[in-house]
Design a binder for this molecule. Sequence first.
Ligand code: CAA
Length: 379
Amino acid sequence: MNFNLSKEHKMIQKTFASFTKNEVEPIAAEVDENERFPSETVEKMKRFGMMGIAVPREYGGAGADELAYALAVEELSKACATTGVILSAHSSLGCWPILKFGTEAQKEKYLKPMASGEKLGAFGLTEPNAGTDAASQQTVAVLEGDHYRINGSKIFITNGGEADTYIIFAMTEPSKGLKGITAFIVESDTPGFTIGKKEKKLGIKGSATTELVFKNMMIPKENLLGKEGKGFKIAMQTLDGGRIGIAAQALGIAEGAMEKTVQYVKEREQFNRPIGKFQGLQFMMADMETQIQAAKLMVYQAAAAKAEGKPYGKLAAMAKLYASETAMEVTTKAVQLHGGYGYTSDYPIERMMRDAKITEIYEGTSEVQKMVVAADILR
Ligand code: CAA
């Protein structure tokens, strides 16, 4: 195994680092303060070719791999976890299932404009009664002629209301349980598709998180993704990859907080010396850095496995579990190391701590990641 990034990956990392410094960091606090979706950043990401980073060139993407995608989410999230998750949900939950399970016609019609950034993607699996128990879908799709009539709702949808193209799951044969779930590609301008409640959240406040409501929404048969009854597997496989994106987001948040903390403890003086000279604080920071480096290896390992076509479900679950808990621990300690200043919005640390929490919850809670890991090792 090569523990070093290739020349190409280092170049991609450098490009995204400078994009983050110039375009993302300057507005991160304002985006959080105003709970504002940063459309102008998404527009710039489009021009940088970031929206289709891991999509092959033949479908309008940049043709880079999963590791390059993870590096992009990591860099963005160092300054703004909102921007990180916009890219993550669009890429791994929106583009990837079409790339993997879509027909050529679906790739042409839906993937290409998503890869170019012309259209934004999202994923609708979660329902009020189907969170961790994702198989308990209550949204129903009934075939009538050459259309499915879809009724139901989804909650907590990242990019909700901002996205144009949604991967939606619905029961086509409720009696078959999870084997009766089917995936569909749904366009936001379809009659019967509306955006419901917009959530007010603890963190990632600029990211749009909404309810989706379907009332007699007619979806053409050709928008069925994969095969009827295969929706649950499509959702699970999609989330296996999505978890790499969230792990990368968590890693970026932790690194961003660490960078700010190192700077702070060198500058802040108490008892006539920089507080970084105190061994008690140094020990805390050594633990933080060790966890970050371990998380980094796990995230890159999972991303590289996916890029190389190797099994990655367990690696992605472990990376998300560890990186998200690292993000939470590192940002909490970072607030502590900043003292009273860290608790104020004059510094970005309290925002980073609020943003970190969601990484332990969405795309499967930490407990779900443990279920996935345990199922794999006991198989
Ligand atoms: N790949 C392929 N197939 C898989 C799979 C995977 N990763 N995981 C499960 N399956 C298959 C199994 O093989 C099984 O198929 P067979 O019956 O043919 O063998 C079938 O699916 C059922 O598997 P399980 O019995 O393991 O399913 P379960 O109902 O017990 O669920 C679970 C397991 C891990 C808890 C799963 O439901 C899960 O991951 N839940 C969490 C869902 C989640 O992450 N939701 C987040 C939604 S997205 C989001 O957060 C919002 C956003 O926009 C960011």
